[in-house]
Ligand binder design. Structure first.
Ligand SMILES: *[C@@H]1O[C@H](CO)[C@@H](O)[C@H](O)[C@H]1NC(C)=O
Length: 248
């Protein structure tokens, strides 16, 4: 929580050193709610921002918990509905343990204009297992406001070879992501990504190396951030998060 005290309008998650706390005791989870790969078919369990907060906040030893060694926030997915019996939303075929941005003062879902001067998500993570799909598990997203589209602006993927790529939707109707390779970081290695959609421009940096991306016909729809483990394959994926911060 160190950054949160330094930067106005900034929420951050920074790993501290209490492995006995739920993730909400070590990380400021106020700007997030949690989507899980369990619950009813088409209606996975969602944990509110309020329920995530504090040392005795929500945890689940299979999907969302504090790593015993370094107190990282672990998000795991066991595979697909057919391989693992996990549960998806109606708009997706894939299971997720994923944080979705909310308004930190109300806990309600929120979105922002990509034309504003500052919208960034900065994440330090260690993918210890990626799923077996071509592009791999989605480790971060910018998503179009739900009243406009059920599609993302972009999804950041990490596969089992450590290849990192981004898929940018070309229209708000979606289903036609244009892929760009952003680099390679071997599985089990700590790295940082930053997603920025500000002044109408989409940029993603991997370990500080920035790429500016075409947004085709999207025309800067209101959007929100997601961060976590959105499995695109049929084998398990496991990610340790060391810090997560949002700035607007
Ligand atoms: C990253 O994950 C790998 C594989 O689990 C592990 O060996 C390594 O210690 C981790 N690094 C950090 C800094 O947590």
């Amino acid at each position: 929580m160190r950054l949160a005290t330094l930067l106005l309008f900034t929420s951050s998650i920074t790993a501290e050193i209490n492995p006995d706390c739920a993730p909400g005791g070590n990380f400021d989870l106020s700007p997030w709610e949690l989507q899980l790969p369990i619950g009813s078919k088409g209606d996975p369990e969602t944990i509110s921002s309020a329920s995530l907060q504090g040392c005795s906040g929500f945890e689940n030893s299979d999907y969302f918990f504090t790593e015993s060694g370094d107190s990282a926030l672990v998000m795991k997915v066991p595979g697909s509905p057919s391989s693992a019996g996990c549960v998806t939303t109606t708009n997706s075929l894939h299971c997720r343990t994923e944080l979705r941005e909310v308004d930190p003062s109300t806990g309600d879902t929120t979105s922002w204009s990509p034309k504003a001067a500052t919208n960034s998500l900065t994440v330090k993570l260690n993918v210890t297992e990626a799923d077996n799909s071509e592009h791999g598990t989605v480790i971060g997203q910018i998503h179009i406001d739900d009243s406009v589209s059920s599609k993302p602006v972009c999804e950041l993927y990490y596969n089992s070879d450590g290849d990192i790529s981004v898929g940018v939707e070309q229209t708000r109707t979606g289903g036609n992501e244009a892929f760009t390779s952003l680099g390679n970081v071997p599985v089990g290695t700590v790295f940082t990504y930053e997603m920025e959609y500000a002044g109408g421009t989409l940029k993603i940096a991997i370990n500080g190396e920035s790429h500016t991306l075409d947004t085709f016909e999207l025309d800067a729809p209101d959007s929100y951030f997601k961060v976590g483990n959105y499995n695109q394959g049929s084998s398990p994926s496991d990610i340790q998060f060391l810090s997560i911060s949002v700035e607007h």
